[in-house]
Design a binder for this molecule. Structure first.
Ligand SMILES: *[C@@H]1O[C@H](CO)[C@@H](O)[C@H](O)[C@H]1NC(C)=O
Ligand SMILES: *[C@@H]1O[C@H](CO)[C@@H](O)[C@H](O)[C@H]1NC(C)=O
Ligand SMILES: *[C@@H]1O[C@H](CO)[C@@H](O)[C@H](O)[C@H]1NC(C)=O
Ligand SMILES: *[C@@H]1O[C@H](CO)[C@@H](O)[C@H](O)[C@H]1NC(C)=O
Ligand SMILES: *[C@@H]1O[C@H](CO)[C@@H](O)[C@H](O)[C@H]1NC(C)=O
Ligand SMILES: *[C@@H]1O[C@H](CO)[C@@H](O)[C@H](O)[C@H]1NC(C)=O
Ligand SMILES: *[C@@H]1O[C@H](CO)[C@@H](O)[C@H](O)[C@H]1NC(C)=O
Ligand SMILES: *[C@@H]1O[C@H](CO)[C@@H](O)[C@H](O)[C@H]1NC(C)=O
Length: 466
């Protein structure tokens, strides 16, 4: 064949000699609701005696307002309006069919007295608090067993004033695991949008045992060295859509989890159908998108597209360990742009970090069918550090069209993995060097050597229908 001479010809050749995604991907899958009109009733927090001076503790006002609004739950629900001001509060509980609305310049401030954050039971899938045995402080904004909950506004702020917690973590004076900013547990139909999250004591947004969760247009900020200030952590949750977010924190920006060792295995609730679009972020110590290390209930069907990470340690990371059990499979990352990132892709098979000594070292995780394609990066130190588990290879790891400007002499370092690659610069490590096209397209998640397949045509349809 003669050398192609025009761009069109080059593209045609590329299309003919590479696998295709299963379907043409629609870029707007999160549910769109007119949040202004959704509730027929509305009250302002000021009607319940709240004072927005940054000093008065308003926990009772939030509790009383929400208790009052309960009477509208079967009448279409209600909106709790938080106007401009600095509204100091301890932890409070949401109800079903509620919109918590933070106006422009409204700031909900977390109390700096840990007694305003009551201690609740550990999650059954963790068996104990994440950082200390026993219970854990309840999140600032909490909800359990709910349906139809919206936390939104005109870019108001939820500020956890986390620095006292970070200091107590560092000087080892915590009594219980630190609280999140927002935790929804066992809830369905959750929207969190149009807000800024600041200085969480621990993780920022934690949906756990939830279904149909949308996190949209949020800004999440915490100092780059603040401990464990993860951005958004979908945990044993399904049908989660995260889009148009900017996250700059001290730990993983998005971390998909599903329980911890024997507790997570016994609880057995996976995270699945997780969609991530248009996320931009910075993390100096951790990963832009992580899966694990708590993944004992399984993680599958994760689609991340149109992602940008810069000035960061790692972009994509899978963390697991013998003892975790569970699986990570059917993961698709596409169109990612990186700049100034130490390790673009990192898999860690021996993460360690167990809840107690009762874990089963023979409970080996299954890591398979991970496709990463269309990645461009500059100022990358290492392209991939991909470490599976001896006797438990990670398989069908597929890399396609990854072009990185790498400064280290060893661009890829792989062990106990097997997979395929096409158009990867610098060239992938030996265990991933075999070509994808044409023979291994179907071994790679979300790639096929047919131009179109109908097998997954309806993926994402739930976002439109509920
Ligand atoms: C949620 O449901 C569980 C199980 O039915 C129950 O034990 C718990 O008290 C409920 N919690 C709330 C806050 O409704
Ligand atoms: C989101 O916030 C912007 C301003 O920050 C505002 O113009 C817009 O109306 C908000 N959207 C919703 C749905 O509240
Ligand atoms: C919301 O506020 C944050 C922090 O002040 C700011 O960085 C962000 O640009 C704002 N977003 C919008 C949509 O106005
Ligand atoms: C640890 O930090 C907390 C919060 O700043 C402080 O109140 C406490 O005195 C410190 N304790 C020690 C032992 O340094
Ligand atoms: C979740 O809610 C359902 C139904 O209300 C209940 O049966 C279940 O026990 C709850 N689970 C938890 C962990 O709260
Ligand atoms: C890739 O993602 C960027 C945003 O990070 C977006 O601007 C661009 O349009 C995307 N490219 C394709 C081909 O979708
Ligand atoms: C890669 O980075 C080096 C040093 O920053 C630079 O000199 C070189 O031009 C870059 N190469 C490409 C292909 O961008
Ligand atoms: C690859 O990683 C292993 C373990 O992390 C390390 O011992 C080894 O030196 C690395 N090899 C190269 C060529 O970087």
């Amino acid at each position: 064949m003669r050398t192609p001479s025009t761009l069109v010809e080059v593209l045609l050749v590329l299309a003919l000699f590479s696998c295709s995604p299963w379907t043409v991907w629609s870029k707007t899958l999160c549910k769109q609701t007119n949040l202004e009109e959704v509730r027929p009733h509305s009250v302002s927090i000021t009607e319940f005696g709240a004072v927005g001076d940054g000093v008065t503790l308003n926990t009772k006002a939030f509790q009383n307002a929400i208790f009052y609004l309960n009477s509208f739950a079967d009448k279409g629900g209600a909106k709790l309006f938080v106007p401009a001001g600095r509204w100091l509060t301890g932890s409070f509980d949401l109800i079903s069919h509620l919109t918590l609305w933070l106006d422009k310049d409204a700031v909900i401030l977390g109390s700096t007295n840990s007694e305003d954050w009551p201690v609740v039971d550990p999650l059954p899938s963790y068996g104990r608090g994440r950082e200390l045995p026993g219970g854990r402080h309840r999140s600032l904004i909490y909800g359990r067993n709910l349906t139809d909950v919206i936390i939104t506004g005109n870019n108001g702020t939820i500020d956890g004033q986390g620095s006292i917690w970070w200091t107590r973590f560092r000087n080892k004076t915590l009594d219980y695991t630190r609280p999140h900013l927002v935790e929804l547990m066992n809830s369905t139909g959750v929207i969190i949008s149009n807000l800024t999250f600041l200085n969480s004591p621990f993780w920022n947004i934690h949906p756990v045992y939830c279904s149909q969760v949308t996190v949209q247009k949020v800004t999440i900020l915490a100092p780059l060295d603040s401990p464990n200030t993860d951005g958004i952590d979908p945990d044993s949750s399904d049908s989660v859509c995260i889009e148009d977010c900017y996250i700059r924190t001290g730990d993983d920006l998005i971390a998909i989890k599903s329980g911890w060792d024997e507790y997570g295995i016994a609880y057995g609730r996976p995270s699945t159908n997780i969609i991530i679009h248009r996320v931009v972020g910075i993390t100096e110590t951790s990963a832009g998108i992580a899966i694990g290390s708590e993944m004992s209930g399984g993680v599958s069907e994760v689609y991340a597209e149109d992602i940008q990470f810069y000035d960061s340690y790692t972009a994509i990371r899978i963390k697991t360990s013998p003892g975790r059990g569970g699986y990570v499979r059917n993961i698709y990352v596409s169109n990612m742009t990186l700049a100034n990132v130490d390790i673009a892709i990192r898999f860690t098979g021996l993460y360690g970090d167990h809840p107690d000594d009762a874990y089963d070292p023979n409970a080996l995780p299954v890591i398979e069918k991970v496709t990463i394609k269309d990645v461009m990066g500059e100022k990358i130190k290492t392209a991939g550090l991909i470490e599976g588990i001896k006797g438990d290879k990670f398989t069908n790891i597929c890399l396609s069209n990854i072009i990185l400007n790498v400064s280290s002499n060893y661009a890829w370092n792989c062990s106990f993995v097997k997979g395929y690659s096409d158009s990867v610069v610098p060239e992938a490590c030996e265990p991933l060097k075999e070509r994808i096209f044409p023979e291994h397209c179907s071994d790679c998640y979300y790639l096929s050597n047919h131009l179109r397949s109908s097998s997954n045509q309806n993926r994402g349809a739930w976002f439109m229908s509920w």
